[in-house]
Design a binder for this molecule. Structure first.
Ligand SMILES: *[C@@H]1O[C@H](CO)[C@@H](O)[C@H](O)[C@H]1NC(C)=O
Ligand SMILES: *[C@@H]1O[C@H](CO)[C@@H](O)[C@H](O)[C@H]1NC(C)=O
Ligand SMILES: *[C@@H]1O[C@H](CO)[C@@H](O)[C@H](O)[C@H]1NC(C)=O
Ligand SMILES: *[C@@H]1O[C@H](CO)[C@@H](O)[C@H](O)[C@H]1NC(C)=O
Ligand SMILES: *[C@@H]1O[C@H](CO)[C@@H](O)[C@H](O)[C@H]1NC(C)=O
Ligand SMILES: *[C@@H]1O[C@H](CO)[C@@H](O)[C@H](O)[C@H]1NC(C)=O
Ligand SMILES: *[C@@H]1O[C@H](CO)[C@@H](O)[C@H](O)[C@H]1NC(C)=O
Ligand SMILES: *[C@@H]1O[C@H](CO)[C@@H](O)[C@H](O)[C@H]1NC(C)=O
Ligand SMILES: CC(=O)N[C@H]1CO[C@H](CO)[C@@H](O)[C@@H]1O
Length: 660
């Protein structure tokens, strides 16, 4: 053992000679194998490892490693950035390092029981690393010493190298794909947990690391934004303030109510956190992204930014044109729209009802009753899209007149209301994989069975069986954060006096899109009172979006996207000119989740090799149809006996929390 340690030391001091390295490698493998056979499982079986455990050193060394700007440690459930008032954050953070590899979060094993995986179960597996970076709270004011502490989660594809091993593991990849799911208010660290492994496979054949960050004010980044002490306080008002226009006996009275509610909310935000709302604009988020690029030590930013993340990306690219590497903006919005009053809302409405009509209903009939409950013939007659549309509209209409009662064991009495149902239909347009479940739910509801509808709609965002203080460490303020970003970005837009204009806008939006109009209206209406408290955000980007970039960006926009219509992607392309290419992705859902080999191969060629199509716009088509994903030539998912629509719906709801 000591001899090995000596060898390791001397080989570290010398230029490695191939011969001696081979010997060391063999020795390491042998020792690891001995440990394995000795204990029956892989627990490092030598003295060095055991003393190491006591002194907070793992078989992979000590974390954070010195001078790591992210201070990465292998993630465990306790790896949350230290509070801002901690006088010794670095020391507190270092204490969170847990030296037991079994407590860490490793990537999926790529190979089955090979020689390597027998001796070391973590060989060849990526690892999730958690860290944080501190940035100025106010980039525009040198004498303001306050900071924001941004949480990051990185999936390192090469995993970690055991101390003294000669593997190429444990190194960062040449580029890092920085990801952001949007919102505003979406959590990049959560997206990393959910999707990093898929993202690196899809975009780089597993070659590049993936890093997600929580934008300032979001999730685990600090300061946390929340204008309510507890989730339950927010929830108390949620149903009242989000009423659809169609169920409001007096829309004007409802507007007065919501307007007063947000007046009160902003007052609470001001009382609880003072000027924080001045520092969350998209321009500041873009500056944070530049700090993350620098901390990565990469000359160019590589990124996969989705939805509102594309707004961050457009802003970033034009504020830091020389830092633009290989950036993909997927589910493209046109961030210039957000400078207009209400622009975040009314520019999003183009294609939501098309997705409902052509997609949810049309593809249902295409797939047939085996795959879609709503396609079942009635009185021997096959359904048509027009009939289905009338049937479901009359179901919705009946809910306006009277909600349908429901019951759920875990929450007791419940109501299926128009507002909740339409909100969930809109959310289902984001992801066509939910459609078989949604079709079954609506079919049941139409036939007088509200069991599934109650299961789908009566869902809490936190655990109501626990006291609210113990469900999360902090209240989740992403609702308020999202509003603050949207209001900051449009703070100087012309504000119409009084509520008449807003009443008009609400009517316009809901008549243009019954499915998206209400949700989208409620995302912008709060801004009326923002400038009562914060008349000027510290910074907004008001420049053009056609700056000459170091590298062009790749935009992806979808034909049936319910949130970021293709039209907006094209308007952005038009302004960016030769600094962008666009994939018009023909498919369903928000962003390019409706998989297309064509889209994926262009995206991969770009991320891996920097290749882009010559032409400004390329058309790509989804490989499969909704209701029939993965069922070509086989019996359908929705027709198998053990299919549980509730499981599909829960999965969707969990994913949607990334975007809110
Ligand atoms: C590993 O084994 C499973 C079944 O045991 C198989 O489906 C899979 O293809 C194997 N993977 C590799 C990389 O050999
Ligand atoms: C800059 O920060 C200092 C210290 O917090 C503060 O007193 C001052 O008002 C700030 N200036 C501006 C323009 O916000
Ligand atoms: C999306 O909306 C635009 C504008 O209303 C329309 O021209 C286009 O046909 C729609 N796309 C689809 C696929 O329905
Ligand atoms: C209904 O549609 C099925 C295919 O899904 C077809 O085989 C059948 O002939 C149609 N029936 C009528 C009455 O049109
Ligand atoms: C209502 O639907 C649920 C879920 O699909 C089912 O388990 C239950 O048996 C149905 N109830 C009736 C009375 O049909
Ligand atoms: C609502 O639509 C009407 C008719 O298109 C238009 O004249 C009016 O300006 C719109 N109002 C708002 C607030 O969008
Ligand atoms: C960007 O577009 C504006 C017009 O909107 C134009 O005046 C300006 O020259 C363009 N800038 C570049 C770098 O092309
Ligand atoms: C997409 O690629 C997969 C894997 O390479 C292949 O199996 C499938 O047939 C392709 N689909 C289409 C529509 O080209
Ligand atoms: C979307 C979301 O809420 N993500 C995460 C925020 O942070 C906590 C840790 O405190 C995670 O458990 C959440 O999943």
């Amino acid at each position: 053992m000591d001899k090995l340690a000596d060898e390791l030391r001397s080989s570290a001091n010398e230029k490695p000679r191939p011969q001696s390295r081979k010997v060391v490698c063999l020795a390491v493998v042998l020792i690891a194998a001995l440990g394995f056979y000795h204990r029956g499982s892989w627990t490092p079986g030598n003295r060095k490892f055991e003393t190491a455990l006591d002194s907070n050193v793992s078989p992979y060394g000590r974390f954070p490693v010195p001078n790591d700007p992210f201070r990465f440690i292998p993630c465990t459930s306790t790896s949350l950035p230290p509070p801002l008032d901690d006088p010794h954050p670095e020391a507190s953070w270092a204490k969170l390092f847990d030296p037991k590899p079994t407590h860490w979060n490793w990537g999926k094993s790529k190979s089955n029981e090979t020689h390597e995986s027998l001796t070391d179960p973590y060989a060849g597996r990526g690892i999730f690393l958690c860290g944080y970076v501190d940035v100025p709270l106010d980039y525009t004011n040198k004498s303001d010493s306050r900071i924001a502490r941004l949480a990051v989660t990185k999936f390192q594809v090469s995993g970690l190298a055991p101390t003294g091993s000669c593997s190429s593991a444990g190194k960062k990849s040449e580029r890092t794909i920085v990801i952001e799911p949007g919102g505003p208010g979406g959590s990049g660290t959560s997206m990393a947990w959910r999707a990093a492994e898929d993202v690196t496979e899809r975009l780089s054949e597993g070659a590049f690391d993936v890093l997600g960050w929580d934008p300032r004010g979001v999730n685990t980044s600090l300061p946390a934004i929340s204008c309510f002490p507890y989730d339950a306080d927010r929830d108390r008002w949620a149903l009242l303030r989000s009423q659809a226009r169609e169920v409001s006996p007096s829309p004007r009275a409802q507007l007065e109510f919501v307007d007063a509610f947000y007046e009160s909310t902003f007052r609470a935000c001001w009382q609880r956190q003072g000027d924080l709302s001045r520092f969350v604009s998209t321009a500041f988020v873009a500056r944070d992204l530049e700090e993350i690029r620098k901390a990565l030590g990469e000359d160019e930013l590589t990124g996969y930014l989705v939805s509102y993340g594309t707004g961050i990306g457009q802003t970033y690219a034009n504020m830091f044109p020389d830092s633009v590497g290989r950036m993909i903006l997927d589910g493209t919005e046109y961030v210039r729209d957000h400078r207009l009053v209400g622009g975040f809302g009314w520019t999003a409405l183009d294609n939501g009802t098309d997705a409902w009509h052509d997609g949810f209903l049309g593809e249902c009939l295409n797939a047939g009753p085996e795959h879609c409950a709503l396609a079942k013939p009635r009185q021997g007659e096959n359904a048509t899209v027009a009939e289905l549309e009338i049937r479901l509209q009359s179901l919705l209409q009946s809910l306006i007149e009277r909600p349908i009662p429901g019951y759920r064991e875990s929450s007791g009495p419940s109501l299926i209301t128009y507002t909740r149902l339409v909100d969930s239909l809109y959310s289902a347009m984001y992801n066509a994989r939910t459609w078989p479940a949604l079709a079954k739910m609506l079919y049941d509801l139409e036939n007088g069975n509200s069991t599934l509808a109650t299961e789908f709609l009566d869902e809490w965002e936190y655990d109501p069986t626990l006291p609210c203080t113990s469900t999360r460490k902090k209240p989740s303020g992403s609702d308020e954060l999202g509003i603050m970003v949207i209001c900051s970005d449009s703070y100087d837009a012309h504000q119409p006096d009084g509520l008449d204009w807003w009443d008009d806008l609400w009517a316009n939006m809901t008549s243009k899109s019954w499915i998206a109009g209400n949700t989208r209206f409620h995302s912008v209406f709060p801004c009326r009172h923002f400038s009562d408290y914060w008349p000027r955000p510290a910074d907004v980007y008001r420049g053009d979006l056609n700056n000459t970039l170091k590298n062009p960006v790749l935009l992806i926009a979808e034909t049936y996207d319910p949130a970021t219509p293709l039209r907006n992607g094209r308007r952005l392309l038009n302004e960016m000119g030769k600094n962008a290419r666009l994939i018009a992705h023909h498919g369903y859902g928000h962003s390019s989740r409706d998989s297309s080999n064509c889209t994926d191969s262009i995206a991969r060629g770009f991320i891996l090799r920097g290749e882009l199509p010559e032409e400004a716009e390329t058309a790509c088509f989804a490989d499969e149809k909704p209701y029939l994903y993965g069922v070509t030539g086989r019996s359908g998912l929705a027709s198998t006996p053990d299919w549980d629509p509730v499981v599909d719906w829960r999965e969707h709801v969990a994913e949607m929390t990334l975007w809110r």
